[in-house]
Design a protein around this ligand. Structure first.
Ligand code: ADP
Ligand code: MG
Length: 232
């Protein structure tokens, strides 16, 4: 037991150091990125092919850093009560352009009762950003994504179902490993972050997937009673 505790302390320290480092890397990256953009803007510059490449690689580093920072954020953020439906609606707005451009059929099925949970609004939003992003990356243009809410007296259940590529059975265990990705431009951090946040909210994540048929993700989170009078 003590050894386990030491292990988790160690992980915590390493995590904090890495988070600090990630912050420090961002500043020089901004400088580099600024000059690269300047070179790209110059019509006569002969190494554009390379600077364009550098630019996309910088974007990639920034993506990894920002996902990593989510992962290593201090545990306790401000917890508050909020309606889960609302988080998902505002998450969908972030992807609305892509959804319409690729003609993805997104259906939102609510049960019309507002279900409230207690937690970090931003982290829970991050969960749905990650899951909807994965669904969008899994489906072809004209694909479909169904999102459904259910609740009983103690939990809210959110189902996110896509008709995309699906996850082969031998891979399903690995998708929670940091940096495991099957995508050319993936970071392999989305599911790790998602799982961590859900666990911190005493929730559960379940996956049903079939290769070439699609994937269904269930997020189950404890709900809280809310006095409607205080909610605007
Ligand atoms: P990334 O999206 O950067 O690859 P994630 O941690 O979000 O990292 O996902 C890890 C892997 O899990 C993905 O590379 C993919 O193989 C698989 N995966 C996750 N969600 C889905 C989905 N909805 N459909 C198909 N595969 C998925
Ligand atoms: Mg992802």
């Amino acid at each position: 037991h003590e050894q386990l505790l030491m292990q988790s302390e160690k992980l915590k320290v390493v995590g904090e150091m890495a988070a600090g480092l990630a912050h420090e890397i961002r500043n020089p990256m901004t400088v580099i990125s600024g000059f690269i953009q300047m070179m790209n803007a110059d019509e006569t510059f002969q190494y554009k092919t390379y600077t364009k490449l550098i630019e996309t690689e910088i974007d990639r580093i920034n993506l990894i850093i920002s996902e990593f920072l989510v992962l290593s954020k201090p545990q306790k953020e401000q917890y508050k009560k909020f309606a889960i439906n609302q988080v998902i609606e505002s998450t969908l707005e972030l992807f609305s352009l892509q959804i319409s451009q690729r003609n993805i059929n997104v259906k939102l099925k609510t049960n019309n009762t507002n279900s409230y949970i207690e937690g970090s609004y931003n982290q829970i939003k991050q969960v749905f950003i990650n899951l909807i992003k994965n669904a969008l990356e899994a489906v072809d243009d004209n694909g479909r994504i169904d999102i459904e809410f259910r609740n009983d007296d103690r939990h809210v259940y959110i189902f996110i179902k896509d008709n995309g590529v699906g996850i082969p059975e031998h891979i399903i265990e690995r998708i929670f490993e940091p940096f495991f990705t099957t995508k050319e431009h993936g970071t392999g951090l989305g599911m790790v972050i998602t799982n961590k946040i859900i666990q911190e909210h005493k929730g559960v994540l379940k996956i049903h997937s079939q290769e070439k048929i699609g994937t269904e993700i269930l997020v189950k989170i404890p709900s809280v009673e809310v006095n409607d009078a205080i909610i605007q």
